[in-house]
Write a protein that binds this ligand. Structure first.
Ligand SMILES: [Zn+2]
Length: 151
């Protein structure tokens, strides 16, 4: 448990909602040609620092919520037992979005991947890495993967 976070699931959900909205605003500010939000710095280095800090807080709140609900702390467990690709719903005409997770992430939807598939997916531009479970698949596809060299 994190002593600075509440143990009420509803309060944790409110905190997570605030952090998710803040992260979205930080990224809007970062990606916009001119600053959009008066209350955020326009300097990219400062935005990056705030983004990393906010993402860390969101991860901690997610871990706390999971631990409150299950009594389990799978993020302590070390290397990922596997990886999973979550498909997000997008509006018609929009590019598909996916999020890569560890299989022990508390977000448990999507398809299971092999280590090679996970490292391929992690390199694709429309695939985001989950900010709660921090999946880190092998950096390079394994040289023994025949399907990667066949194409
Ligand atoms: Zn995840």
């Amino acid at each position: 448990m994190y002593q600075d976070l509440p143990t009420d699931p509803d309060e944790l959900q409110v905190i997570q909602g605030h952090l998710i909205r803040l992260l979205a605003r930080i990224r809007e500010q970062r990606d916009a040609p001119t600053p959009l939000h008066w209350d955020l710095p326009s300097d990219r280095a400062w935005l990056r620092i705030i983004e990393v800090h906010t993402a860390g807080q969101l991860r901690r709140a997610g871990e706390q919520a999971y631990e409150v609900e299950t009594g389990d702390r799978p993020w302590i467990s070390g290397p990922a037992p596997g990886w999973r690709l979550q498909h997000l719903p997008t509006a018609a005409g929009q590019a598909p979005r996916q999020i890569l997770h560890r299989t022990d992430c508390w977000i448990d939807s999507g398809e299971d991947l092999t280590p090679v598939e996970a490292s391929h997916q992690a390199a694709r531009p429309n695939v985001e890495l989950c900010q709660l479970c921090h999946p880190s698949p092998p950096a390079c596809p394994l040289p023994t993967d025949a399907s990667a060299t066949a194409a």
